[in-house]
Design a protein around this ligand. Structure first.
Ligand code: CAO
Length: 544
């Protein structure tokens, strides 16, 4: 297996930038384009993605290190195609993106010389980047190169500086807007001094953003050039783009978090801890505090008492272990889904006597093919039929709308040494049970080996969680938002079933369907389960 050095690609005019986050560790499997580290300068932070897929063998940087173009970030052992292409990949650093033209950064001075329009400069290949922070307000006196707003893409956030000095008359954007090169940001009333400096401000070297191509495939980003005279916004929380995104997804106010990272930077862990303490009632957000009863005895918005704080060591020996990354991420998602979704679970049983006999005989016939047909594959196929009959189960809430998906991608929970993962069988409606069984086996193996790519875990419209191979009767699975339902399956048992005349032994499969009451009602859920049971009882119904 080939060892490849992954290097910092062209990051524009930045000479040396500090490593503020390590996103992988030795032993991790990384996909091409997966973010490896976050670096930060005065004005921009960006994630450096991997130029190749493989297993991390050695990290060559530590928190606080300074890196520049060509610095080796880590060494990976290439796998698959990357291994074949290894010599080229190791030798060739990420291609360099030509510096962006400065034209868009130039202020437009209109009649009278006093009114200046400040536009979004060239921000590289990005389209529709989101405004996530606004630092100024009308009436403020703005200096040349003072940061006006922060914009953010998936991989980088950057502050957009003013190309001109003056008094801010109108601000044309707000948090949540998306902007592109050339969009009008602000209108300034220029001052005498500012007017004199205007031509200099439009010169490329003083305000033109430098293009910092992050990686061959990652979008390039234009980050404002480092300039010692720039006046960065004071008191703003420092956090990398992915951390900001994570905070936004959970609705966590960054300004209220004390960062534990280098120089007080906020880490993903800080956000998780903050969320946990808010959910447990031991911390209040400022918004919650504002809403709390005047008596001051409020507690959290949910009215919960604080999470018990116990000195476990007082009662006996203990061992403390950090939770793994996957557990932390899935924990935060599960907590949100459990708290935010008004979920109800219906339990039912399906008679799978004939289906199991068919599965066993199919496996005997196909013994040599190496593909084992599993009950879960039949459940996926049966679920697709039920989802087609009851389309709201295949929908998602989006604001005030329901999005009905015309595709049927089924996720299945897989138990792995690192925690719960949910690989997705795409277009399950177009695949036969044999193909689904084969794909499921491959995806479950990848999940256990920690080799699932993000694409293999995204896009599900419905999820099945099967504990059938382990045991139990019924359970209440948590919906995998933004899906609106999840099917839990337990171990089938031979049971006496009354056929109208006598008790007969039938193989019964316990089903637990959890559904979002905002979208689905109890009658629909009961019908869904009943229909699913009918199909599992006689698969010919799928043909009807
Ligand atoms: N009833 C009775 N037996 C069942 C069954 C059921 N519902 N489902 C599977 N089995 C049997 C299988 O037939 C197999 O038996 P044989 O080896 O004799 O053929 C055995 O149990 C093992 O099955 P399996 O679990 O390996 O395979 P699967 O296709 O059923 O499941 C997978 C694959 C990936 C879903 C499973 O390995 C797994 O990870 N399950 C756990 C999921 C989980 O953690 N859910 C909880 C999420 S909420 O925290």
């Amino acid at each position: 297996m080939a060892l490849i050095e992954v290097k910092v690609p062209d990051i524009g005019d930045f000479d040396e930038v500090a490593v503020i986050e390590l996103l992988v560790k030795p032993g991790d499997t990384v996909a091409a384009e997966q973010s490896l580290i976050t670096v930060e300068s005065d004005k921009a932070s960006m994630e450096i993605p991997s130029s190749t897929a493989g297993v991390v063998k050695e990290l060559r940087v530590a928190l606080g290190d300074k890196v520049k173009e060509g610095s080796v970030v880590l060494v990976v052992e290439a796998v698959g195609e990357a291994a074949a292409a290894a010599p080229a990949a190791a030798a060739a650093p990420a291609p360099v993106q030509a510096p962006a033209p400065a034209a868009a950064a130039a202020p437009v001075v209109t009649a009278g010389g006093g009114r200046v329009e400040v536009m979004v400069p060239d921000i590289g290949d990005f389209k529709d980047v989101a405004v996530i922070e606004v630092f100024v307000k009308p009436g403020d006196t703005i200096k040349v190169e003072q940061s006006l707003i922060t914009v953010e893409s998936d991989k980088a956030s950057m502050e957009i500086p003013s190309s001109h000095a003056g008094v801010l008359k109108e601000l044309k954007v707000k948090v949540g807007d998306t902007v592109n090169i050339g969009d009008l940001l602000a209108v300034l009333e220029g001052t005498a001094g500012a007017a004199a400096s205007a031509p200099a401000a439009s010169a490329p070297e003083s305000v033109a953003p430098a293009a910092a191509a992050i990686a061959p495939v990652a979008p390039s980003i234009a980050a404002p050039a480092h300039n010692p005279t720039a006046s960065p916004a004071v008191g703003l929380p420092h956090a990398s783009p992915s951390v900001r995104k994570f905070a936004r997804e959970l609705g966590v106010p960054l300004a209220e978090i004390k960062g534990s990272g280098l120089k007080g930077r906020i880490t993903a862990e800080d956000i998780q801890k903050f969320t946990q303490s808010v959910m447990s009632g031991s911390t209040q957000t400022q918004a919650q505090a504002a809403k709390a009863p005047a008596s001051g005895v409020g507690g959290s918005e949910l009215g919960l008492i604080p999470w018990p704080k116990v000195d476990f060591a007082k009662f006996g020996p203990i061992e403390r272990k950090e939770m793994g990354r996957i557990k932390k991420i899935s924990g935060a998602n599960l907590l949100r889904n459990a708290v935010m979704i008004p979920a109800v679970t219906n339990h039912d049983d399906a008679d799978i006597t004939d289906l199991e006999a068919f599965r066993v005989s199919t496996n005997k016939e196909n013994e040599k093919s190496g593909v084992k047909v599993t009950m879960l594959a039949f459940l996926i196929k049966a679920s697709v039929a039920a989802l087609k009959k009851f389309p709201e189960f295949n929908s998602s809430i989006d604001g005030d709308s329901l999005v009905y998906k015309q595709y049927w991608h089924i996720g299945f929970a897989a138990d792995t040494p690192n925690g719960l993962m949910v690989p997705v069988i795409k277009d399950a409606d177009k695949k036969g049970v044999l193909q689904i069984s084969q794909e499921m086996g491959e995806l479950a193996k990848k999940a256990r080996d920690g080799k699932l790519s993000p694409a293999e875990m995204s896009g599900a419209t419905f999820t099945i969680s099967s504990l059938g191979g382990i045991g139990g009767r019924y359970f209440t699975p948590i919906i995998n938002a933004p899906e609106v339902a999840i099917l839990g399956v337990c171990k089938s048992n031979m049971e006496p079933v009354w056929d109208g005349k006598q008790f007969v032994p039938r193989l019964m499969l316990p089903l637990s369907l959890t559904w979002d009451h905002r979208v689905i009602d109890g009658a629909a859920a009961a019908r869904f389960n009943a229909y699913l049971g009918q199909i599992l009882g006689d698969f010919r119904r799928v043909l009807l």
